[in-house]
Design a protein around this ligand. Structure first.
Ligand code: ARG
Length: 263
């Protein structure tokens, strides 16, 4: 059921190597002792983060996150929307628990996927959903194209989601959050080589690992100073030392997002 639903989208992650998984086990014992989605994070609620949306299938099984940026527009990852149609997707707001039935369910009238998107390691991992009905929740502000300084290395960011406890693990019933520092472009290129597309991506995580987003968190927000600044996109494994999470660098796409939000 939902595990398989999520596994479908988790397939978009670059396969964790056995070596990366082994590194995580050695370098992040606390995360292994108490595995938690948004590895290393804490539970939270959609009351605390009202713009935090579940992206679900027609059965309301969550497979990605999204961020409400206007009453009828949700920013998510392009890779979350591959193979989806306006009839296959729902957006659920105000629902802290995956097994909840509360909150607001909206159908989707339009899916915009960045036209250049091919795969997560080539960038352009952004999509905007237009809802058929308005969400009664306060949207999140997002960065503008000139805000490029927000990603300065070491800046504290906040990530949110219902993702898995480990690559191939199961999801958290309750929304979780964690804070992770941004990583310099040079360092992230050192981790991922040419798969790190500096213009389109930004990395966040501790060099020792232990705190990260994971499968099922994709599409959800990376917040800097309370504004949407990134979209959970990919990584090798989860919370592995030397392999930070990779997020869509939203300043590069904020004008394109704004065109969709107004359109
Ligand atoms: N691609 C994953 C998803 O679809 C997100 C993976 C994030 N990985 C990481 N190590 N930060 O949910």
């Amino acid at each position: 059921m939902s595990g398989l639903t999520r596994a479908r989208k988790a397939a978009a992650v670059v396969a964790a190597t056995a070596a990366a998984a082994a590194t995580a086990l050695i370098s992040a014992p606390s995360a292994v002792a108490a595995p938690q989605p948004i590895v290393g994070g804490t539970t939270t609620t959609t009351s605390a983060y009202p713009f935090m949306m579940q992206i679900t299938d027609a059965s309301q099984d969550q497979f990605c996150g999204g961020t409400l940026v206007s009453p009828t527009k949700v920013v998510t990852a392009a890779h979350c929307m591959v193979g989806e149609t306006t009839s296959s997707v729902r957006v659920v707001g105000g629902r802290t628990y995956l097994n909840g039935t509360n909150g607001t369910v909206a159908r989707v009238s339009r899916i915009w996927i960045h036209p250049d998107y091919t795969r997560v390691t080539r960038g352009d991992d952004v999509a905007v959903l237009t809802l058929s009905t308005s969400m009664p929740y306060t949207p999140a502000p997002y960065v503008s194209s000139s805000d490029t300084s927000v990603y300065a290395a070491g800046t504290t960011t906040r990530v949110l989601g219902w993702g898995t406890t480990s690559s191939g693990g199961s999801s958290s019933n309750q929304l979780r959050t964690a804070t992770v520092p941004t990583v310099s472009d040079a360092s992230c290129r050192g981790s991922y080589g040419s798969r790190y597309v500096q213009s389109d991506m930004v990395c966040a995580g501790y060099s020792s690992g232990g705190v990260d987003t994971c499968q099922g968190d994709s599409g959800g927000p990376l917040l800097i100073g309370g504004r949407l600044a990134g979209i959970t996109s990919w990584g090798d494994g989860c919370a592995a030392a030397g392999y930070p999470g990779v997020y869509t660098r939203l300043t590069t796409f904020s004008d394109a997002v704004t065109a969709q939000v107004r359109g």
